[in-house]
Design a protein around this ligand. Structure first.
Ligand SMILES: Cc1cc2nc3c(=O)[nH]c(=O)nc-3n(C[C@H](O)[C@H](O)[C@H](O)COP(=O)(O)OP(=O)(O)OC[C@H]3O[C@@H](n4cnc5c(N)ncnc54)[C@H](O)[C@@H]3O)c2cc1C
Length: 388
């Protein structure tokens, strides 16, 4: 639905010119007309980052190129970073980051590496080659350690490679179920991680800053991370209806980073190999196999795999489904919310990504037709009605 009442007013001279050209003001409001019509009708919103106009991504079911699923390693009480001592081994855990592991990776891994500073060795085994395993391994290498990553799958098959990639440590814990000490640890990890990602910003690591728009149909308090870490998000502002094109009453704007997981994981894997790191493919079925590794310092970065290996009852899968459309370089903002369920639209270099879902305790890795349809419908409702 187009908001005709808020179209820009035309000057008398402009009206005369358009009449001469055979246009009427009525025609200007028709969606999908010629390029001239569209650009004359398009609004000049004041944008904090981009200098371009808002353009609507083309959402339709027949454009879907792929539907993917990942199981987030979710712990309502928050992720685990801690040292556990066994007879002659030290295991340092770094797992359970839910929907925010990409964002928190460098910071959480820095906390894990700090647990090992007093150990009198510099050979480490890292288990897992998702984002936690790779960032832990890289930080250990920075400190001069020799590192072997033991993993069931390489990173392109990990949950990390499915992650959407907004820098926003969200869906990591449930307020009221985490301790205050954990909340402090979370904030520390977020700050360190944000700093580390900023240092790597650029196409080779797949990191860039981009405008984010949070769309709400009802007033709701901002997420924990926006409330507690506002300094990590620039241009935070609640917008008035005339300041944005979205067909919802409440819109919050910020600028944050977008991390393209596939590019990022490939690059840090290469950095790891160039620095002398080694991979060994190995599936651990029980703790004893881990304790029989030759290294005495072992970092556990197995994500959801930790549930069985370390009998962690608090660790649960949170199934997430993403729908991918062909890339569209003209889309230079991302949206979160505005649908009937978890809904987002992230433009990545290789695709337009539409999310999503968050189904706790669902272990199935199969895409669900109804979820795909709902994701498409939710996003169509937003972008077919963009006031541009
Ligand atoms: C749909 C979706 C969207 C998301 N969007 C975002 C987002 O926008 N921003 C954000 O910050 N985060 C996001 N996330 C969350 C993020 O992807 C995860 O928190 C993060 O990838 C977890 O990383 P990890 O390294 O702990 O686990 P994983 O990536 O799962 O890696 C675990 C590794 O351990 C190995 N392993 C497991 N068990 C064993 C075993 N028994 N033996 C040997 N190896 C083993 C695996 O092979 C794998 O290499 C999203 C996740 C999903 C699913």
């Amino acid at each position: 639905m187009k908001d005709i009442s808020s179209q820009p007013k035309l000057s008398p001279q402009r009206r005369k010119l358009l009449k001469t050209l055979g246009f009427s003001a009525g025609l200007l409001s028709i969606n999908g007309c010629s390029g001239i019509t569209k650009s004359l009708g398009s609004k000049n919103y004041n944008r904090p980052h981009s200098r371009g106009p808002f353009i609507a991504p083309r959402i339709s079911k027949d454009k879907i190129v792929r539907v993917i699923v990942g199981l987030r390693p979710y712990r309502p009480s928050g992720f685990v970073v801690k040292l556990e001592e066994y007879d002659n081994k030290n295991i340092i855990h770094n797992y359970g980051h839910g929907g925010g592991g990409i964002s928190l990776s460098w910071g959480s891994s820095a906390l894990a590496v700090q647990e090992a500073v007093s150990l009198p060795v510099n050979n480490a085994a890292v288990i897992g080659s998702g984002i936690m395993g790779l960032t832990t391994a890289r930080l250990l290498q920075d400190k001069g350690w020799n590192v072997t990553i033991y993993t069931r799958d390489l990173s392109r098959h990990s949950v990390s490679n499915v992650g959407a990639g907004q820098w926003a440590p969200t869906g990591v814990f449930e307020e009221g179920k985490a301790t205050k000490a954990f909340e402090e640890q979370y904030k520390y990890a977020a700050r360190i991680s944000h700093h580390a990602y900023q240092n790597l910003s650029g196409a080779n690591y797949g990191i860039r800053f981009v405008e984010n728009y949070y769309l709400r149909n009802e007033i709701s308090p901002p997420s924990y991370y926006l409330r507690e870490l506002p300094e990590l998000f620039s241009s935070i502002k609640d917008l008035e209806p005339h300041q944005h094109p979205f067909p919802v009453p409440y819109v919050k704007q910020t600028v944050t980073m977008m991390v393209e997981p596939a590019t990022f994981l490939r690059k840090i894997r290469d950095d790891f190999l160039v620095t002398g790191g080694k991979f060994q493919i190995k599936n651990f079925t029980q703790l004893d196999e881990i304790l029989s590794l030759k290294e005495s310092t072992i970092f556990n970065c197995t994500g959801l795999g930790s549930k069985a290996l370390f009998e962690d009852d608090d660790l649960r899968p949170a199934k997430g489904q993403l729908v991918l459309l062909p890339p569209d370089p003209s889309i230079d903002y991302l949206t979160v919310g505005g649908g009937s369920n978890v809904t987002y639209m992230f433009p990545r270099s290789g695709e337009i990504l539409l999310g999503g879902s968050h189904q706790i305790d669902d272990w199935s890795r199969n895409p669900e037709k109804e979820v795909t349809e709902r994701i498409i419908e939710d996003n169509k409702k937003i972008f077919d009605n963009l006031r541009i």
